[in-house]
Ligand binder design. Structure first.
Ligand code: PGA
Length: 247
């Protein structure tokens, strides 16, 4: 895993955007895996700013989001559909039919999972997957204990995840208890992975990822087995990592 040190959240976000824009320049029709949550918000801001100023086009890009809550309407302001439209899709030139997010309101959720994975495979998997890191080591909504062999599936959200995400809802009771998520196996199919980590609240998780064993109890640890992972992290998240580990 290649680790890039940045000064703060803003610098992490800018560096990550530059990293992706460079990839898009080389492959304007790439298939891109996207993440939601607090971490990538500014990264998306930088992509939008670049689109407005430099005219980078997303007309030939296809995107797959990692996950979506079960039971939330795409118009619900807490759904990841809403998040993606607001922070990225409505502000760039990507055709909506090239943006894929699991449907958390599907009548047949198992079938939705199966079709989502099939669509990913049909596109040959992701060229680059953007990831955030959960405080408990989750990637996507793959909570501790999830098998590394899982593809897109339904998950029960860990209590710590619901609590961490309650900041976006009116209260904890409104946070859904289930989600559809790409599995670890879906994520590992990506040719390349870019993990963004920011803030003191992630320093323990980042330390475990870099220094711990590969274990389903810490899902992100599987990334050590992937041949092409880049971590862009800020100083606070890297506080417990020896500087010999990063550039
Ligand atoms: P966050 O979430 O970006 O809101 O901290 C990351 C994650 O849980 O994957």
């Amino acid at each position: 895993m290649n680790i890039i040190h940045t000064k703060d959240y803003n610098n992490m976000s800018r560096k990550a955007a530059q990293y992706l824009l460079d990839k898009i320049k080389h492959k304007p029709d790439m298939t891109l895996g996207l993440a939601t949550g607090g971490t990538p918000v500014k990264f998306y801001d930088y992509l939008v700013r670049d689109h407005q100023q430099q005219d980078t086009s997303y007309k030939n890009i296809t995107t797959f989001n990692l996950d979506e809550y079960i039971g939330l309407d795409p118009k619900d302001t807490n759904s990841y559909h809403y998040y993606m439209n607001k922070h990225l899709f409505q502000q760039i030139d990507i055709p909506q039919e090239q943006t894929f997010i699991p449907n958390g309101l599907a009548d047949n959720l198992l079938e939705e999972c199966r079709q989502y994975e099939q669509t990913i495979d049909h596109h040959g998997g992701m060229d680059l997957q953007i990831l955030g890191l959960g405080g408990n080591g989750h990637i996507g909504f793959n909570e501790p204990g999830t098998s590394f062999n899982q593809e897109t599936h339904i998950v029960e959200l860990a209590e710590s995840t619901r609590q961490a995400n309650a900041r976006f809802f009116q209260d904890l009771n409104k946070v859904p208890t289930q989600a559809i998520t790409m599995g670890i196996a879906s994520i590992m199919k990506s040719k390349e992975i870019l993990l963004l980590v920011s803030g003191e609240q992630k320093k323990e998780a980042l330390h475990l990822l870099i220094n711990g064993e590969v274990s389903t109890e810490f899902p992100a640890s599987i990334l050590k087995k992937h041949p092409h992972v880049t971590i862009i992290a800020d100083e606070k998240a890297l506080a417990d990592i020896h500087s010999s580990y990063y550039a």
